[in-house]
Design a protein around this ligand. Structure first.
Ligand code: HEC
Length: 111
């Protein structure tokens, strides 16, 4: 998969993840979390959302890249969104850590 975001994005993601790790108390490494988030997204989200950074188009609704690209979005917002019941989306059985990993994966696409 093309990885063209550069070191700055990676550093930002690392900082976000570090902050979340402090909040949540999990010790897992970032790369693992993002990879876990990618796997969970492929399983639970790709039916409706385009989940890859390069798949800007396609999918039945807004793509992950488009969500991550919003000015006002934060990883915390995505995590909370995923853990709350929502009308327009099914509620997959995600743990708090799973939700955080998906958020970390999504936020890696932030431009
Ligand atoms: C059955 C289809 C479906 C599945 C599966 C699905 N979504 Fe969605 N998702 C939607 C729809 C529809 C919206 C609403 C888009 C809108 O507001 O225009 C949405 C919106 C969102 C939003 C944006 C909320 C906002 O602030 O507008 C996020 C974040 C999101 N989904 C994440 C996920 C994640 C992560 C998964 C996998 C765990 C997932 N979705 C699975 C249909 C789905």
């Amino acid at each position: 998969m093309a990885r063209n975001q550069g070191n700055q994005m990676r550093m930002l993601a690392t900082q976000l993840s570090a902050a979340l790790t402090l909040l949540g108390g999990t010790g897992a490494a970032l790369a693992q979390d993002v990879e876990n988030g990618r796997r969970l997204s492929a399983r639970w989200c790709s039916e409706c959302h385009a989940i890859e950074p390069v798949q800007g188009k396609g999918g039945r609704t807004i793509s992950f890249a488009a969500i991550a690209g919003r000015q006002d979005i934060t990883s915390d917002m995505i995590t909370s969104f995923l853990l709350m019941p929502h009308a327009t989306m099914p509620n997959p059985p995600l743990s708090r850590k799973d939700a955080r990993d998906i958020a970390a994966y999504m936020m890696e696409m932030k431009k």
